[in-house]
Design a protein around this ligand. Sequence first.
Ligand code: APR
Ligand code: PHB
Length: 404
Amino acid sequence: MSHNDIRCQVAIIGAGPAGLALAHMLHRQGIDSVVLERQSEAHVRARIRAGVIEQSTVDVLTELGLADRLHAEALVHDGFYIRFDRQTHHLDFHRHTGRHAFVYGQAEIVADLIDARRQTGRPMFFDAADVTVADFDTDHPVVEFTHEGRRRRIDADFIAGCDGFHGICRESIDASRFNFMDRSYPFAWLGIMARTTPVTDEGMYCAHPDGLSVHSMRGPHLTRQYLQVPADTDLADWGDERIWAELRRRSASDDHPELETGEIIERSLAPLRSVVTDPMQQGSLFLLGDAAHIVPPTGAKGLNLAISDACVLSNALGVFYHGAGRDALDAYTATALPRIWQAQAFSWNLTTTLHRLGDGDFDWNLRRARLQRWANSVDEQRALGEVYLGLPFPTSWHPPMVPA
Ligand code: APR
Ligand code: PHB
């Protein structure tokens, strides 16, 4: 071995929620890993994403000792509001399930996970360039990367592909052995972060015949809001005034004051699509989170799925390193997929009910009929709430085998 070589049990590619949560779950079981991230640490910490965390996810993070700041700072919500026909309705999922949703930006979770990783003293490389994976059809997969001008090699037992939808792990698998199922939608979300006061005390989806607007928040004077826009939208066409006018028009109501406008501090465009990869593994390479599946942002399931995948894989690796064989690893896909499809079904339900999909009155009346059921039926609310606040994880988080 040269001094550029590293030996570890699990090479983790990507320092998003999936990779960082997995790294910590493995650490708690005494399993060593190396985390490789293409971007700089500052970039990863500042990346604004969705921010609704299921009770199920919070429970796991709490058990792992990773949720202290979340419990101190997150907004704790019972459900969300829907608005249509200028009327606002609260869907109180807490009443039906006893559970909550936690509003806490993904960047905050990622920052907490990076801090926790650093405290373990285990290796984590930011700015890792030209990462490659090889030999994962064997028990001796190899990862190479360039860091600070040096080409380095990792000999691992397993590779965890946590590098998102555009990462190299998806690219490296043998596509002929996989089923890639997807659905794209002809629209995107234009998202803003603004220094304004939220119009409601919990998040709100406004289903307007002309399209959806979403009114979420990160604090008492910080809002995160989205507009359904055509997929080919150019952000340059959307100045502040146009954004506020459209947010106000779609959210106009007879029962609340008009939306406050103010300084927009960030704006971005996100396409909407659903993707599921089956299987989520090849040999000793496993795909987690966005590397394996994408959900549209409607319902904010992405981060939660990333953490539940990490839970499934970390437990299977725990079983393996405990000497109990490969069965749980072989069953990784079969264990993780049912919950992923439940999240896909939920996101599809929200997406098709809340967005303008087609032209004409049929489309709008169909959506309104579904919205009326959500607003008026306790059974509908219970069913939505069960998934929104988080179905049980496929595997529980096993107690650590070594002290933290
Ligand atoms: N080498 C190393 N790292 C890479 C590479 C590469 N070739 N390609 C991508 N990455 C990194 C990205 O920079 C990112 O930090 O992998 C990480 C993937 O993290 P996320 O995109 O956050 O994906 P994941 O951890 O699966 O979490 C899913 O994130 O995209 C959101 O909305 C999505 O909430 C969901 C969550
Ligand atoms: C957010 O707060 O970022 C958010 C809220 C609701 C969604 C998606 C994202 O459906």
